[in-house]
Design a protein around this ligand. Structure first.
Ligand code: FAD
Length: 540
């Protein structure tokens, strides 16, 4: 297999143009190109005045591959293609008795369980929330009727925190073993669009993700695994530094010496339980801020110029960073083109925002988090849970500022920059449901964060014209940008620093940030667990 990098074609190229471009680039006969697949397709819109082109990386098979490669031996863009297929690292023996437990069924737990099931380890998944169908109803009840279900919401339930999301599937993790391809491949097998395998910034959108997750659960069960919903783990059974099982809220105890902890960043009661039981946890940095909304058409125009609205490009995104005078970094986070701002609390009396979109990304507004990085050393000194407590305090204040009924506090950008409360919307309507209460966001975050965001918005306006327009909307607050704790693990065994057999994983443990990286981490811990379990069996 040969890989060609950097084949450029116009946005409107015909179906057979890529094949012709490959044949031309390699200077071979058409009949000698046996097969090809697109490995990646991206576009570069940074140079405002030149045409936007698609840039392809293609993998292909040709007759006489050796000869072709020899002809291009000095060409860095024509190389042997790496093998990106996934090879399982273990196979469970027929006499397997010990079944691993997977706590949490977000992307991390989902992929950990799927991989374990595919290797024959018949995992038992314990998920505190409900299945996708019931969970969807519960989540909409908050958005439409202001009724929160603390165990079944945007954060908790089948599919985890990313189920009601933009379903963005990219990350900047180092991935020498191509685990991200395995994640994408499994999503496609379960019904995600094929294009996620090759487009540069793939996304599934919330509705499609729902079906995909349910399909993957069916596969885990068909392979002998078990998925138990409404099964909150309230305690671990620990014995002399070794995990021996987990206790559920209904009092049932499940025994296992191999337990994956894939909790997500919002399971605060479980973090407290782990801390109380002496599992090693430390505070880690995260970020706080607001969601900002602009017309998507404005972002398209700023980013794509005359190509704005081109169907091949879709709704444009952005990524922004500003280093404020007070030493704080302000950046855009989890940008959702053509999406909505969502109520993302899992706890009564608290308000927190996030963003989501459908596959089509055709809602009127673009939104993203505008957040300020904070660290335990500088901003929340104390014990391992000080970051959790800070999040709780800020979310409570946001609830009060929003009117104590799950509406969110909001302010127009112009008023926020000038430091005056807002009382009337302009041209842009906020998308947050169940609604927003206009006022002053100043008291919602610490002063250093407010100052830094006030300074950053005009700076962003110089990069994207209109970003700091008066009538853009800020909705508060964003606090669950990543986990406020790390449940530290050994880098080789992936087991907890002080509890054998316990595998902290995914976003909640501080080892992932986003759907794709959480899925990848699930694969890593499944592999580590499978190998350790087999070696325990050998030793017994
Ligand atoms: P989670 O997905 O949080 O899953 C953890 C699971 O564990 C939950 O289902 C929870 O109920 C369960 N659990 C917790 N404690 C217990 C317990 N004691 N017993 C049993 N079960 C328990 N990321 C992206 O990459 N792209 C996006 O577009 C995107 N959009 C997002 C939009 C929203 C609205 C939100 C909230 C998040 C979004 N994210 C997005 C972030 C992404 O969802 C997370 O990074 C990802 O889900 C983390 O995966 P995880 O499996 O580690 O944890």
């Amino acid at each position: 297999m040969i890989r060609i990098n950097e084949l450029s074609l116009p946005l409107d190229h015909s179906d057979d143009a890529l094949r012709r471009a490959i044949v031309k680039r390699l200077n071979i006969r058409d009949a000698d190109l046996l097969d090809f697949t697109v490995f990646k397709r991206s576009y570069d819109a940074r140079k405002k005045n030149s045409a936007i082109l698609f840039i392809y990386i293609v993998d292909l098979e040709v007759r006489d591959e050796g000869k072709v490669l020899a002809r291009f031996k000095n060409d860095l863009h024509v190389r042997p293609a790496p093998d990106t297929r996934y090879y399982p690292v273990a196979e469970a023996p027929a006499n397997l008795e010990a079944r691993p437990l997977v706590i949490g069924f977000g992307p991390c737990g989902l992929f950990a369980a799927l991989l374990l099931a595919q290797m024959g380890f018949k995992p038992i998944v314990l998920e505190r929330g409900k299945n996708v169908r019931s969970r969807t109803k519960d989540t909409w009840a908050l958005w439409r009727k202001k009724v929160l279900s603390p165990e079944s919401n945007v954060q908790f339930g089948e599919g985890g925190a990313g189920l009601f999301s933009d379903g963005k599937l990219y990350s900047q993790i180092k991935d020498p073993k191509f685990y991200a391809r395995k994640v994408m491949h499994e999503f496609v097998r379960a019904g995600a669009p094929e294009e996620i395998m090759y487009v540069n910034k793939p996304h599934i959108g919330t509705f499609r993700l729902t079906g995909v997750v349910a399909k993957m659960r069916e596969e885990i069960i068909a392979l002998g695994g078990e998925v138990r919903f409404e099964s909150r783990v309230t305690d671990l059974v620990l014995d002399n530094g070794q995990v021996e099982g987990a206790v559920l809220a209904n009092g049932e105890t499940l025994h296992s010496r191999h337990v994956i902890l894939a909790l997500g960043h919002s399971s605060r009661d479980t973090f407290r339980m782990l801390h109380r039981q002496g599992v090693h946890i430390e505070a880690k940095p995260f970020a706080i801020g607001f969601r900002i909304e602009h017309p998507q058409g404005m972002i398209d125009k700023a980013r794509l110029g005359k190509y704005a609205g081109h169907p091949a490009l879709g709704a444009a995104d952005y990524k922004l960073v500003h280093h404020a005078k007070n030493g704080r970094a302000v950046y855009s986070f989890c940008m959702c083109p053509g999406g909505t701002v969502v109520a993302a609390t899992s706890e009564p009396g608290r308000v927190v925002t996030n963003g989501m979109s459908q596959y089509s990304r055709n809602e009127r507004n673009a939104n993203s988090g505008i957040v300020v990085g904070i660290t335990p050393e500088q901003d929340f000194p104390g014990d391992a849970l000080a970051g959790v407590e800070l999040q709780e305090r800020l979310e409570e204040r946001a609830y009060e500022l929003g009117g104590s009924d799950y509406c969110a506090p909001a302010q127009l950008v112009g008023d926020f920059i000038r430091g005056v409360p807002s009382s009337e919307f302009g041209e842009i309507e906020p998308s947050y449901q169940p609604g927003v209460r206009l006022g002053d966001l100043g008291p919602s975050l610490p002063a250093f964060a407010i100052d830094a965001i006030r300074e950053a918005l005009p700076a962003f306006g110089r990069k994207i014209r209109g970003f700091d327009r008066d009538n853009a909307i800020l909705t508060g607050i964003e606090t669950r940008t990543s986990s406020p704790v790390r449940i530290t693990r050994h880098h080789d065994t992936l087991q907890s620093l002080n509890i054998r057999g316990l595998y902290p994983a995914g976003e909640g443990a501080g080892y992932a940030g986003g759907i794709l990286s959480a899925g990848v981490d699930g694969i890593k811990v499944a592999e580590a667990l499978a190998k350790a379990l087999l070696s325990d069996m050998d030793a017994a």
